[in-house]
Design a protein around this ligand. Structure first.
Ligand code: ADP
Length: 539
């Protein structure tokens, strides 16, 4: 096991884990997406040392994870497990509780344990990134059989993204829905396998005994998620009652043909019509991106304007003309053999032609680099890193995401857009956002970009997101995921029937983790050993 310690917080933790190698991180630079810090959030919204780890510990095996958990119980040390720790815009690798020990699972535990072609699934350890899994398929000549689904950036872990319920853009875009079976170290150090994994795989009399975590899983572990009895996997998603050490993920059988496309809509209010058109078509995770999201991938704010003020309507129209885009840009893809694609394209084109001025493009129609060329990769499960470029919109660009859920309805989309845009302008920031269309709802992702070196800019961003959470709650809209600094506030908005959900979560937390050692404060759930009133960051 290896171990790194920034120099503050828990004095005893280094001695407790003394068989482990240690290094200093506290004043580490903010790094980059691919070289991220482990003890603080590179996109710090509060002071850089506010959400700070006391140490980073890197187990090499499941028994080492179990040992860490047992020691943490003995010495009451809070742990914060991560897989890769990029979690960009939501806190990076940093813990919610200052002084927690970050458990960096991905550094050493990063094997692809199985890719099963017949069953179309993979079994992975925490450190397997989307890029790793894709590369594996390419290296083993499996891309003609199986695809993965990737989020906007390919450097995060399959496991971390799935546990946080992140999304991608193929028909397998809901990552949580596509996971199947987990292995979990519980807060008391015991090892659990969920779903069919709870049923032992029979062994032959001559088989050598193997360590528990190395025992082959049940042959249906990655085929049927539910097993028998209550379905517990949900407790470990955005949760704090287990450290996941293995996870199954379903892969998408190669659809036998593919075509990405872009539809541009010229006017701001076209969002309304476009969303109403999408709903009955039930397309798979297309996105409707605001012009400034694409503009930020293609250049810095200073490339478009010399002003620091939010760009006005005339400015937005000028950028759209310059980039040959619309005020909203719809990126989707057709999957299947040519005949199927042609039929679907006919239906889609006819439906969206109802929006006056809509234009239709395939990637091959555009010569110079454009966002459609990147989406062409992403929508077929090829990891990319281009979307990072929008971070450079402002100097020292940092970001956080505001991610409310919306109905797939023109009225709701327009209202949510106008509520969020109005507050962005009040904060003196540009509205930069996208609607990701899911099975029956949309994840509206507002990218709040600020200058991390400028405290006033950070304060504006913080004011903006706090205000947006309150505004959206007043409309009955809740967020699906959030940055560490906002977890308490958002948890308080899910308060139907006198906060019964939180009381339930706390009961489960206190029962399974009586010392409160695992990720205290995650998603607003505080164990009784850390009273909410003392630790929460809101109200
Ligand atoms: P990414 O791989 O996208 O960089 P992270 O590794 O930062 O994502 O994980 C995001 C969040 O998910 C973490 O902050 C943590 O709360 C949770 N998480 C990640 N991996 C695990 C794990 N193996 N077990 C339990 N929780 C995890």
């Amino acid at each position: 096991m290896s171990f790194h310690t920034p120099c503050c917080g828990l004095q005893g933790s280094v001695t407790v884990f003394k068989s482990i190698d240690v290094c200093m991180h506290l004043y580490a630079p903010d790094g980059s997406y691919l070289n991220q810090p482990y003890a603080h959030d590179p996109h710090y919204l509060l002071e850089k040392d506010h959400l700070l780890a006391s140490a980073v510990i890197c187990p090499r095996s499941v028994p080492e994870v179990q040992e860490i958990v047992k020691l943490s119980n003995q010495f009451q040390i809070p742990l914060w497990p991560i897989s890769i720790g990029r979690n960009s815009g939501y806190g990076g690798a940093a813990p919610r509780l200052r002084g927690s020990v970050v458990v960096d699972l991905g550094r050493h535990m990063n094997r692809i344990l199985e890719v099963n072609v017949e069953g179309a699934y993979a079994l992975v350890e925490p450190g397997v990134t989307f890029k790793n899994l894709h590369d594996y398929l390419v290296q083993h000549n499996l891309r003609d059989k199986l695809w993965i689904d990737v989020p906007d950036l390919g450097g995060g872990s399959v496991m971390g993204n799935c546990l946080e319920r992140g999304v991608g853009y193929t028909p397998y875009g809901d990552h949580w829905m596509m996971h199947c079976g987990m292995e979990v170290v519980l807060p008391n150090g015991e090892l659990l396998r969920t779903g069919m994994g709870a049923m032992p795989q029979p062994r032959n009399p001559g088989d050598k005994p193997v360590r528990l975590d190395e025992e082959p899983g049940n042959k249906c572990w990655q085929l049927f998620p539910y097993g028998f009895g209550p379905y517990n996997d949900g407790l470990f998603s955005q949760g704090s009652v287990g450290i996941v050490t293995k996870m199954g993920i379903w892969l998408m059988p190669n659809p036998g043909g593919y075509q990405a496309y872009l539809i541009t809509f010229p006017k701001e209010e076209d969002l309304h019509k476009a969303v109403d058109i999408i709903r009955p078509l039930r397309l798979n995770v297309p996105t409707i991106r605001h012009i400034l999201l694409d503009a930020a991938v293609m250049g810095k704010k200073s490339d478009y304007t010399s002003s620091n003020e939010p760009i006005d309507d005339a400015g937005l129209d000028a950028i759209a003309r310059k980039l040959n885009l619309g005020r909203w840009n719809f990126y989707g893809a057709l999957y299947g053999p040519e005949k199927t694609r042609n039929m679907l394209w006919g239906i889609i084109k006819e439906a969206f032609s109802a929006v006056e001025g809509a234009r239709f493009f395939f990637p091959e129609d555009i010569q110079e680099y454009c966002v459609l060329h990147t989406r062409h990769q992403t929508l077929q499960g090829i990891p990319t890193f281009d979307e990072l470029k929008w971070l450079n919109w402002v100097p020292n660009g940092a970001h956080l995401f505001f991610s409310p859920i919306s109905k797939i309805s023109g009225d709701d989309a327009m209202l949510q857009y106008s509520v969020t845009k109005k507050r962005c302008l009040e904060a003196g920031l540009d509205f930069i956002g996208t609607f990701c269309v899911g099975m029956r709802e949309m994840h509206h992702i507002v990218c709040i970009i600020f200058d991390r070196k400028d405290p006033a800019s950070r304060q504006k961003a913080h004011w903006l997101i706090k205000t947006l959470i309150a505004d959206c709650a007043a409309h009955g809209w809740g967020e699906y995921r959030t940055h560490l600094a906002l977890m308490d506030q958002i948890a308080e908005t899910y308060n139907w029937n006198s906060n019964v959900l939180m009381r339930f979560n706390e009961t489960v937390k206190n029962a399974l983790d009586p010392k409160g050692i695992l990720a205290p404060g995650k998603n607003g759930i505080w164990p009784s050993s850390y009273p909410r009133q003392l630790y929460k960051l809101y109200g």
